[in-house]
Design a protein around this ligand. Sequence first.
Ligand SMILES: [Zn+2]
Length: 76
Amino acid sequence: MRAAAATPRPSGALRYRCPVNGSLVLVTDDETLAGLDRLRARLRCIDCGEMHLLTQEAEIDDATASRNHRRRSLEA
Ligand SMILES: [Zn+2]
């Protein structure tokens, strides 16, 4: 099973890049997202049909926060 790094979206959805064919996949289905509420979860890829291990790094939140902070600074 291949691992894929998932990035949370502001809308509550989750985005990852399929490790098989490189496509960006956006997960918006509530039922699927409910099973992905931890840092590592298995998901059947809707793009290639294989199982992937989705990993969510805690540091992504920090990166998002600093990006938002920079954006605010630019607007000021
Ligand atoms: Zn895939």
